[in-house]
Structures are given as C-alpha cells and as structure tokens.
Design a binder for this molecule. Sequence first.
Ligand SMILES: NC(=O)c1ccc[n+]([C@@H]2O[C@H](COP(=O)([O-])OP(=O)(O)OC[C@H]3O[C@@H](n4cnc5c(N)ncnc54)[C@H](OP(=O)(O)O)[C@@H]3O)[C@@H](O)[C@H]2O)c1
Length: 334
Amino acid sequence: MFVRDVKLSLFGFGNVGQAVARVLISKEAFFRKKYGLNFRVVSVADTSGVVWLPEGVDLREALLVKENFGKLSAWTNDYEVYNLTLEEAVREIDADIVVDVTNDGNAHEWHLAALKDGKSVVTSNKPPLAFHYAELTKEAKKRNLPYLFEATVMAGTPIIGLLRENLLGDSVRRIKAVLNATTTFILSRMEQGIDFEKAVKQAQELGIAERDPSGDVLGIDAGYKATILHCVAFKPITFDEISVKGIAEVTVDEVKMALSNGKRVRLVATVEEGNVRVAPEEVSGPLAVSSNENVALIESDLLGELLIKGAGAGLKETASGVVSDIVKASLKLR
Ligand SMILES: NC(=O)c1ccc[n+]([C@@H]2O[C@H](COP(=O)([O-])OP(=O)(O)OC[C@H]3O[C@@H](n4cnc5c(N)ncnc54)[C@H](OP(=O)(O)O)[C@@H]3O)[C@@H](O)[C@H]2O)c1
C-alpha cells in the first residue's frame, strides 16, 4: 500500500496537545493501515519555544521533556529549540498541516498566515472562529485548503461535521444545545443543595473548572461555541453580536424549584438565523444532561429533529476531534 508522509506542525503542548501526541504515537499503525498515512511531526511548540526538526520530532521524548521539566525549551540534545513567534514559525516551518491546540486569543493571525502560505489548518481553539470566521473560511476557500475545527464545539462529538458535510439539503431552523460541561456539573451540584461558590470550588478541585472559572460560569465558552454553530448552520456572525448570560446569578432555590417540577436548570444555547442566545433555562427531556456530556437538538425542514449527544470535554475526547480533522485534511492533500 502506498503510504503518504504528512508533515504536521503542532502548536500548543498542554493538555490537548499532549493528548493528540499520545494518539499519534499509539495509533501510528492504525493510520498507516486504514488510511495509508504516516504522520511526521516536524515541530512542537509551547510558550517556551519551538522545537523544530524536519526529519520529525520524537513525540515520546517531547512528552517526557514536557512532563519532567514543564517546558519544551528544556530539550538539550540534537533538537533545535527556536525562539520564533508563532507567525514566524508558521511561515518558516515546512508543514502540510498546522495544528493549533493553543489557547492563543490572537491565533487567527497565524491561521491566516498558514493558509496564505498554502498550509491546511486544524484547530481546537475557539476565539479565531468566534471572531474571524468569515475571513478565515474565505481565505481557505479561495486557496482550496481545509480549515477544520471539529473540536471547538462538543470536543470530538461531530456536530461540526454533521452541519458542514451532511444535512446539505436541509435548512436548519433552530439548534438548542447544552455546550458547557463545567456549568452542567455546577448546576448538578446545586441540585443537591450545594451553593454556587462551593460547587465552583468542587469543580476546580476535580480539575473540571479552570483556576479562573469565569469563561465557563459567565457563559463565554458556551457563547463562543454557539457563535461557531451559527456560522456553520447559517452564516458568519461574531461573538460580539450574540446575547450571553451565565449561571452566576442562579440560586439553589431556583434549581431545586425546577427539579420539583421535573425540570433542570441548564446553560442553554439557542441558535436561530441572526439570533444567538446563551442563558440558563429550565429544561426537561434530552437537554437535561447531567454528566460531562454535551447535547444538541437540531431542527431542520426535511429531517425534522435530530439529537446529537456525546462527550463535550475530556482530553482523549477532544483529541478524537482534532485527530479526525488531521486525517480529513491529510486525505485532501494534493
Ligand atoms: N481541554 C479540553 O477539554 C478542551 C476541549 C475542547 C477545546 N479545547 C481547546 O483546546 C485548546 C487547548 O486546550 P488545553 O486544555 O490543552 O489548554 P492548555 O493545557 O492551557 O494548553 C495550551 C497550550 O498552548 C500553549 N500556548 C499558548 N499560547 C501560546 C503561544 N502564543 N505560543 C506557543 N504556545 C502557546 C501553552 O504553552 P505552555 O505549555 O508553555 O503554557 C500550552 O502548551 C484551547 O483553545 C481550549 O479551549 C480544550
């Protein structure tokens, strides 16, 4: 079987970056056998520097360096550690696919640089899509390059693929979705009588919420995701144009009252053409998720109601979306 060598440039080596590296290592034979693809990671970057080796970086060693020293720049053998901005790295490093698993809020600049340089882009980073969708997808289309972002919404649960590559004859009427697992966890704890602050603290202790939980509890993360869903299902919009209310004002009494009426309070995104809202709502039925699952109910003219439910967070689960996009982009390489 003909095996194609695909050069990947991996930007970001935190939780998701390392999870992607582990999948690339452990499923190397699977990708070769199933798709005829051999992934060669030519660079890996974190905030300390860019490790770049055209013959391919040893990912096992990269993981060891990051685990033991906390930064890739601690690499001291044959590997070259470069002090490049990400835009410089994107331009200088010869790669087929640029993989962005950073949390860099300005990443749209180097996504655009990558596309202009003829490189495909795969990302799990939300702000580039939530603020620059039109510009980025226009550039990708102009150059006939994949620009893929499955893991930005519902981790690896393939809602983006569903809307972008299926349902092509359908007109979507509305999407109702629960897109943030951290708020679901907090609200579930509040159902047990635990107050908001304590529930947030528990989420932090379990590693579910970040040290700064505001992105989740204020609804920003769900808002980014809802914005991206609107862009894909309808037309480009930006996060600044949507309405977002988080769960910080929800009380234990409200949550318990809903429960006594057979309902649950969840942070719900409602996406309709030209109108995106994120706010706490009382829900029942499939939207009343209780674990780290995300769920979306898509209503369209031909198919009617379609429910998609699955992991909305988690490292292996997010890597699933990123790696799926890497395979998809690789299969489209000319
Ligand atoms: N975790 C999830 O379940 C999940 C799910 C879906 C989507 N996402 C998204 O995926 C992305 C990664 O998430 P994560 O949990 O892996 O975050 P993380 O653990 O904080 O990792 C972020 C990585 O990006 C690197 N980075 C940030 N800015 C950079 C810059 N300017 N130059 C070079 N490297 C830079 C960081 O470097 P240092 O290591 O030096 O700090 C770190 O390695 C985020 O955008 C997140 O929103 C995460």
